[in-house]
Write a protein that binds this ligand. Structure first.
Ligand code: ATP
Length: 453
């Protein structure tokens, strides 16, 4: 059989596994479809994405606060939100090979064996569980399929305790679960994933303006974090295709190397006053229960509109990895190695890279490693820092290039002897250009502070 070339997705998945970004969940038992276990490097990458988002959408905004809701909550929440009746997929099954597909993804016959397909049947994609020791429908609950609803149900608690006035936002990062029929394309579609959501509440008449502003801010955020402009675009939904509660929706799409090509990386929606009114109706019997004062006297009240930017952390991590992955045929010449093979460089943004710096003593001799270890200790107080004294320096550079470390700091014999360079200096190599600079040891922290700000 002809050997097929690995796709970009295969290459990134392979790198992710080989270097410890993530693994199929419980791989020793054969994995579990749609679930993943994140390893040390992937955890760092995800934490960096979350920290950058929290910094850029919560901490630096005067009027946005955070929260952390429970994953399992009162099932009435999901009745009010519409998830119990509407969060459904249509499923068809092949009568021959029994593979299952989303009805929207196939037409006519089974894409795997050509067999005939059953009529579509709907099934709810929320995972169910039972709360308490007895398995009965009376205590059935759900794993949340999105983080947004815990923000809506806490709207009044947060507004009043934090003394917030419109407009203001509430943000949350947390796990979400969906019993997807066809998880796949690596981590593009999983059954357990993380979301970062912001609900920005505002007066109805200002909602179009805030919607436009948030679409731009989110789009710029990806560009600022290094996503190539040719890999992302905005897709505004025409009115006829909007969800019934939405006044406007724009997806930010990424050119994922999957069958469908451009696909949703995140969505920004003007959800109007739908959610707060639904919870008002279901929880208090009054759809205006969460009407909010809009003047100082408190006599005029309105149920605010909400703008929701919603993004999957895992899907964003995938986009950042795909966008940054580059192979260089024949390698880049390094000073000490003449190996000519395909070299991989992950040109990921410096603040997202799992390690910002790697400290590499040229040899394992203690006169070098003692200095290198001291420098590592100091750097670790500020940045995620790797330390590696094994194998040739060329191999170590390549290892760091492959995981995206923007700076490698080398302690060599000149550091102690000062023959070709002043004594007490180290060299810093830049991942993207391979340029090297000499830095005096006492100036290392200031140097990286300027570079990694
Ligand atoms: P899709 O059309 O891809 O199923 P959706 O429209 O259902 O996505 P939303 O409900 O808008 O997605 O969720 C917001 C974000 O959460 C998405 O933009 C995506 O980044 C992420 N997301 C949604 N479903 C999944 C999933 N199964 N696996 C990973 N990320 C997901």
């Amino acid at each position: 059989m002809a050997k097929t070339e690995p796709t970009l997705m295969d290459k990134v998945a392979n790198l992710a596994k080989r270097r410890g970004f993530l693994f199929p969940s419980a791989e020793i038992y054969g994995g579990y479809g749609g679930f993943w276990d994140w390893g040390p490097l992937g955890l760092k990458l995800k934490n960096n994405i979350k920290n950058m988002w929290w910094r850029d959408f919560v901490l630096t905004w005067q009027d946005v606060v955070g929260m952390d809701g429970s994953i399992i909550t009162n099932p009435k929440v999901w009745e009010a939100s519409g998830h119990v009746s509407n969060f459904v997929d249509r499923l068809v099954e092949c009568t021959k090979c029994h593979h299952r597909f989303k009805a929207d993804d196939v037409s006519g016959s089974c894409p795997d064996c050509g067999g005939s397909l059953t009529e579509p049947r709907t099934f709810n994609t929320m995972f169910t569980t039972n709360v308490g020791p007895v398995l009965e429908t009376a205590n059935q609950a759900y794993l949340r399929p999105e983080t947004a609803q815990s923000i809506f149900v806490n709207y009044e608690n947060i507004r009043t305790t934090q003394r917030l006035k419109l407009p203001f936002g509430i943000a949350q990062i947390g796990k979400a679960f969906r019993n997807e029929i066809t998880p796949g394309n690596f981590i593009f579609r999983s059954r357990e994933f993380e979301q970062m959501e912001l609900e920005y509440f505002c007066l109805p008449e200002t909602s179009d303006e805030y919607f436009d502003e948030l679409v731009e801010t989110c789009f710029e955020w990806f560009l600022k974090l290094g996503i190539k402009p040719e890999h992302i675009r905005k897709h505004a939904y025409p009115t006829g295709e909007l969800a019934h509660y939405a006044r406007a929706t724009t997806d930010i799409e990424f050119a994922f190397p999957i069958e469908k090509g451009w696909a949703e990386l995140m969505g920004i929606a003007n959800r109007t006053d739908y959610d707060l009114k639904q919870h008002g109706k279901f929880a208090k019997g009054d759809e205006s229960a969460f009407a909010t004062p809009v003047d100082d006297t408190g006599s005029k009240k309105v149920v605010p509109y909400v703008i929701e930017p919603s993004m999957g952390v895992d899907r964003a991590a995938l986009a950042f990895l795909l966008d940054a992955y580059e192979e260089i045929e024949g390698g880049r010449s390094t000073t000490t190695d003449s190996v000519k093979e395909v070299e991989t460089v992950l040109r990921i943004h410096k603040n997202l890279a799992p390690y910002q710096v790697a400290v590499l003593p040229l040899s394992k001799k203690s006169e070098l490693t003692n200095i290198a270890e001291d420098i590592t200790k100091t750097l670790r107080l500020h940045w995620s820092t790797d330390y590696d004294e094994t194998s040739s320096i060329g191999k170590r550079y390549r290892r760091q290039d492959e995981i995206g470390t923007p700076y490698c700091l080398t302690v060599d014999f000149d550091t102690v002897e000062g023959v070709k360079r002043p004594k007490g200096t180290v060299t810093v190599r830049h991942r993207d250009t391979m340029a090297q600079e000499n830095i005096a040891i006492p100036e290392i922290v200031d140097f990286f502070r300027a570079k990694l700000a």
